[in-house]
Design a protein around this ligand. Sequence first.
Ligand code: DX5
Ligand code: ZN
Length: 220
Amino acid sequence: MPQKYIIAPSILSADFTRLGEEIAACESAGAGWLHIDVMDGHFVPNITMGPFIVEACRRVTKLPLDVHLMIENPERLLESFAKAGASRLNVHMETCQDLPGTLQQIKSLGCEAGVALNPDTPVGAIEAVMPRADLILVMSVYPGFSGQGFIPGSIAKVAEIRKKLDALSSSAWIEVDGGITVENVRKLEDAGATAFVAATAVFKHPQGAAVGIKALRSQL
Ligand code: DX5
Ligand code: ZN
């Protein structure tokens, strides 16, 4: 049965010398998706991974690959990420000149299309494209690094998006990303979020990734 609430571990905090093992632990502990953070050193002050890592993940797991593109001009690389095996491509609205066109491009590549919002971007900025999105990604930290503190105002933002999606009868996911812990995950669920990204709470859990995922799931 498909899961109602998804825990999506972000491999940004995984031990890359044992990436396959870390992913296998997540899969058997009940992760719903694998979240892959792509950073270009321009849109965000950090550089991480590209299609090559997506392709490697695709070979070791059946989990959907939820790819978060924190890059300028994402439209230039969508095809590479789709070919590498991404299931969903999430673009930041702040990086798109023609957001409806970019979402259409993602769908024509056979992927689901998500729209991400920085903490300072108001919900109104994406209202027009909401009916075309498979997922809205609410950043609850400033993108760039794992291990930051959760921005509390994100809860109200989730509630605002939930209202608007319900008014559209949209079944799009609301995913929250950044600073997710056992302390805040339930509040976000109550506000209407359905998918929860976590890097630190999973991969830096003292008892390992599987226990980290189970701890988050136990709150939902
Ligand atoms: C931040 C990334 C997040 C990050 C989350 O720019 O988009 O996915 O890895 O890390 P934690 O869960 O440690 O805040
Ligand atoms: Zn992310």
